[in-house]
Write a protein that binds this ligand. Structure first.
Ligand SMILES: Cc1ncc(COP(=O)(O)O)c(C=O)c1O
Length: 467
């Protein structure tokens, strides 16, 4: 980690510590260490304020699909800024970029959606989803059908409803969450939760059986929807077991429960298809997407809904005088123009085909790490993957949580010039810009492996396996 000069009162690092609250940061550690200040970026690389180069192995926060400095996207923003830097979409107002982007998303969508609603982030998308599900069931006169089932270890964002959907305790503890009507089903992680002698397929069947049991216990008339990421990202890059969504959907259909796909990470090529929904055979009634929608160059996200759900919104707006939901920046023309250009570039540059071409090497390099003394499991889909670090490969015993070994590994990788991320404990993830080449994949994994080897050195030197 670059050592920022906190002793100089006027350095950017010390001004950061004096003025900024950082999201998802240990605030007391930050006061001592200061920030890593990133100054520029090009392709898959970013550079700190000392000029040190890093491979951005997580595409920022699983989002900059085109890497850094893509001139086409910068130009799209400048062009729209000059034409119309802001307008809104309340009360029937509209702008061309919003209309064209909505059309484009419907054309690209994995199933036949009817309409698109724009928001600014994945969290807002999922908060909107929760409200739409309640609105829809009220329109149908189903006053009790309001519960939404998410999953343990799911990540759906941080706003009040989205954080409630998230199935990670730190997002609930002392924030007085989750809110009512949000439930969490079992996490479909075979390596961790599969029983002895249970095949992956049997595990998937059990997950569906447990979901059915939960719906029956709660009462099918009270359960409105089920929300799932195709691959669970921040929960540890958990790839669903074989047959999982097919079995889950059979249960959902039986009890008239909507399926929501959270494509915030998986959408736009990440898993080797345009949508994770396609990779894993999901049939959503509602879909939320964000991040790579604009290659993260500007904040924009979207919710797509079926015709049936849209018609219920029409009826509700007749009843109440308006569909009373929306943001000042819903469909903001500048991020919409950038997102539209991003979607065009996905096609012009055959990004999905590129992912399919380089993903086998990404998988191979990940799988080679399965023999590493620290690695309990390797999980990969397309260009997203993680290793789970364990103290004992045979028993799958984790390291003592207080060691924060995943975070230590990430720190060592950062010293080597690779930015990765520790998620949900000791899972170290990679999710590089989709434009990454095979040569760059090799370079990234060489650094990743050095970081893991150095971590193993620390474990040995400190006898942490027995801590
Ligand atoms: C699957 C998923 N949903 C929702 C979100 C929340 O998105 P945002 O951080 O833009 O609010 C994230 C963020 O990582 C995510 O991974």
């Amino acid at each position: 980690m670059s050592s920022p000069n906190l002793s100089q009162g006027n350095s950017l690092a010390s001004r950061d510590v004096k003025s900024l609250i950082h999201p998802y940061t240990n605030l007391s550690a930050h006061e001592k260490q200061g920030p890593l200040i990133i100054e520029t970026g090009k392709g898959i690389y970013v550079y700190d304020d000392n000029g040190k180069e890093y491979i951005e192995g997580l595409a920022g926060l699983w989002c900059t699909s085109f890497g850094f400095g893509e001139q086409e996207l910068i130009d799209a923003a400048i062009k729209q800024m000059n034409k119309l830097p802001y307008y809104h979409s309340f009360a029937s107002k509209s702008t061309e970029p919003g209309i064209l982007l909505a059309e484009k998303l419907l054309e690209m969508a994995p199933v036949d959606f009817s309409k698109v609603f724009f928001v600014n982030s994945g969290s807002e998308a999922n908060d909107t989803v929760v409200k739409l599900i309640w609105y829809y069931n009220n329109a149908l006169g189903r006053k009790d059908k309001k519960k939404i089932i998410s999953r343990q270890k799911a990540y759906h964002g941080v706003t009040v409803a989205a954080a409630s959907l998230t199935g990670l305790p730190p997002l609930h503890n002392d924030f007085d969450l989750p809110i009512q009507n949000i439930l969490h089903a079992s996490c479909p992680h075979y390596y961790r939760f599969g029983k002895e002698n249970e095949t992956e397929e049997e595990f998937a069947t059990r997950m569906a059986d447990e979901l059915e049991q939960l719906i029956l216990e709660e009462g099918p008339d009270t359960v409105a929807a089920f929300i799932a990421e195709p691959v669970m990202g921040a929960g540890g890059v958990i790839v669903p077991p074989v047959g999982y969504f097919e079995k889950i959907q059979t249960v959902l259909k039986k009890y008239d429960v909507l399926m929501v796909a959270d494509e915030v990470i998986c959408g736009f090529g990440r898993t080797g298809n345009m949508w994770g929904t396609e990779t894993f055979g999901m049939e959503p009634d509602i879909l939320s997407c964000a991040k790579a929608l604009s290659s993260a160059y500007l904040p924009i996200a979207a919710v797509m809904v079926s015709e049936e759900i849209y018609q219920s919104m029409v009826r509700q707006s007749e009843k109440h005088g308006a569909f009373a939901h929306g943001y000042t920046y819903s469909g903001h023309p500048v991020p919409a123009a950038v997102a539209l250009r991003t979607m065009e570039l996905m096609e012009e540059r055959n990004i999905v085909e590129h992912v399919q071409t380089v993903a086998p090497l990404f998988k191979q390099r990940f799988e080679e790490l399965a023999d590493h003394p620290l690695v309990g499991e390797v999980r990969v889909s397309g260009l997203v993957g993680a290793v789970e670090l364990v103290a004992d490969k045979a028993t799958k015993r984790s390291f003592d949580a207080s060691l924060t070994l995943g975070a230590k590994a990430v720190g060592l990788m950062q010293e080597e010039g690779l930015i990765s991320r520790a998620v949900a404990g000791d899972n170290v993830a990679l999710c590089p810009p989709l434009i990454i080449t095979e040569g760059e994949i090799n370079k990234m994994f060489d650094l990743f492996t050095i970081g893991l080897d150095r971590t193993e050195g620390l474990v040995e030197a400190n006898n942490w396996r027995n801590t």
